[in-house]
Write a protein that binds this ligand. Structure first.
Ligand SMILES: Nc1ncnc2c1ncn2[C@@H]1O[C@H](COP(=O)(O)OP(=O)(O)OP(=O)(O)O)[C@@H](O)[C@H]1O
Ligand SMILES: [Mg+2]
Length: 508
């Protein structure tokens, strides 16, 4: 037991939503100068708890103390005033502004009523040097990679004087080198006496960076591990789930002869002259998973959109099972057996305000069981949504709640379930398990592997190198719109892959 006053103390926090108790008597004490990790399954209540601490939600019961003083936040500005800052999983920067502008946005220093950008620049430089968060203050945010953007988000929070930093799944989008850099920065921050609250589903990372780990299961604190060296990732996962995890099965190849998806010479030049895809060529066979590794922003989003017909390439073709589908619409491609798990679930895969069963029909309105002839079949869609909720373990009070009421990971499970239904021939999967807990991740991998054994061809894009290495039959790296290197997933290490992704080893 520590005797110092915790920097943050959450006591007896309870938060109810219709049909769900998201937090039930949660107790957490985080110390200054420590990284305090919070782990738990999808829907366990982690984000809800952090939204309460950040003033976005009000608890139904319980108290919050900051440095020993009881506080009550009506909004995030109250929390910011109390020294709390939050970096959300989805970055909230304005793309067409500079780093400097983004950091000071909403907290502008003034001199005689005018913006004093020089003072701001100086402070940002000070902060970034102090914590090893190097960024170029005059760069446009849209030109930055994910790792840089995240540093800007953290700078923004520190610029507002935060002493308590909440990071909700900060590493989901980072490559290993960037994760190392982030963790170095976190160590600096705690060295300066800041409190870091860190949420992640990557348990190895949690074990390497955390000083204490609180495990939340179904809304309630199960335990706080005071010494992370005393547990393994597997034990942590079992604490989260409350039972033992199955041991993963070994892979065997299921690759057949028939080519299911071919991209030939895909090139995409934007109106501003930038070439974001350059002569991308590959083919995937029945029963095969082709993994594409890359730092975000190297053309993978455009590649996926070109394959799906969301975006017309400048040149090049897409064949589906031998047929040229280059001029087909997305719907025609879907009807021909192409399934799609998009990168940004809240923007392009879900209607957040619509109930789950309507989301089941999204993009599949013309297909069974959502349609009977030219008519919608609501009963069929509802029954099938119930089945997906069961088979994919979507934690929800019912299929009538809005998709926005699901936790991030549970939204993802619903999308994967929808896309895997109807025996697709080809699956284009961008980050299929992003934000999903370890148990659900294993379950999704199992579903995909079973479909592969039955002949599914998969184009897998992921920032999770363990996922790419563990799932793929072949691996290739995309860098600046080009496929630059092929690897055998049985031989490559995450470090080697990470180097290829950042262009290291590229001849100058
Ligand atoms: N606005 C809301 N309305 C109704 N229910 C909600 C709302 N927000 C969250 N919930 C429910 O509260 C529970 C906890 O959700 P929360 O987002 O806190 O989980 P989480 O631990 O962050 O999960 P994940 O790892 O998937 O992000 C879930 O059952 C979720 O469905
Ligand atoms: Mg969450």
């Amino acid at each position: 037991m520590t005797t110092t006053t915790p920097s943050v103390e959450l006591s007896g926090i309870t938060k109810r939503f219709p049909g769900v108790v998201a937090n039930r008597d949660v107790n957490i004490k985080a110390q200054a100068g420590h990284v305090h990790a919070i782990v738990g399954e999808n829907g366990a209540g982690k984000s809800t708890l952090m939204n309460i601490l950040y003033g976005l939600l009000r608890p139904d019961e319980g108290t919050i103390h900051v440095d020993g003083r009881e506080v009550s936040f009506a909004s995030p500005s109250d929390a910011i005033a109390a020294g709390i800052g939050m970096v959300h999983q989805h970055f909230k920067l304005a793309d067409n502004f500079t780093v400097l502008e983004n950091v000071v946005l909403g907290a502008e220093p003034t001199r005689g009523g005018r913006l004093d950008f020089e003072a701001a620049r100086q402070r940002i430089t000070e902060i970034s040097q102090r914590y090893g968060l190097e960024v170029e203050t005059d760069a446009l945010v849209e030109e930055l990679g994910v790792g840089d953007r995240q540093r800007v988000e953290i700078l923004k929070v520190l610029y507002r004087g935060a002493r308590i930093l909440i990071l909700d799944e900060p590493t989901a989008v980072l490559v290993p080198q960037e994760v190392d850099e982030l963790f170095d920065a976190l160590r600096e921050l705690k060295g300066e006496g800041l409190t870091v609250i860190f949420i992640s589903h990557k348990l190895d990372e949690v074990l390497s960076v955390a000083d204490e780990i609180t495990v939340i299961r179904r809304g309630t604190t199960v335990t706080t591990v005071e010494d992370p060296r005393s547990v393994t990732a597997r034990q942590l996962a079992e604490l989260m789930v409350g039972s033992e995890l199955p041991v993963p099965e070994l892979r065997e190849s299921t690759v057949q002869d028939r080519v299911m998806l071919t991209a030939d010479g895909l090139t995409l030049t934007l109106p501003d002259g930038r070439t974001v895809l350059s002569d991308v060529t590959f083919s995937i066979r029945s029963g095969e998973i082709l993994g594409i590794a890359g730092v975000e922003g190297n053309g993978q989003a455009e590649l996926v959109e070109a394959v799906m017909g969301v975006r017309r390439p400048t040149s090049g073709t897409v064949h589906l099972g031998g047929e040229d589908v280059s001029h087909w619409s997305t719907r025609q491609r879907r009807e021909a057996g192409l399934a799609y798990i998009p990168e940004d679930r809240t923007r392009s895969a879900l209607l957040l305000e619509a109930p789950l069963w309507e989301n089941r029909m999204l993009g599949h309105q013309t297909m069974a069981p959502n349609a009977r002839g030219p008519l919608l079949n609501r009963g069929g869609a509802r029954a099938d949504t119930e089945r997906i909720v069961r088979e994919y373990d979507v934690r929800t009070p019912s299929i009538d709640v809005a998709a926005s009421a699901l936790s991030g990971g549970n939204q993802q499970k619903l999308i994967v379930g929808r896309e895997m239904t109807g025996e697709p021939q080809v699956l284009v999967a961008a980050h299929p398990t992003r934000g999903v807990d370890v148990g659900a991740q294993a379950a999704i991998w199992e579903h995909i592997r079973n479909a592969r054994a039955a002949g599914l061809a998969v184009l897998l894009i992921s920032a999770d190198l363990d996922e790419l290495i563990g799932m793929s039959d072949r691996l290739t790296v995309i860098f600046r719109g080009q496929l630059v290197a092929d690897f055998d997933p049985r031989q490559v290490t995450p470090q080697q892959l990470g180097s290829a992704m950042t262009g290291a080893g590229e001849a100058a």
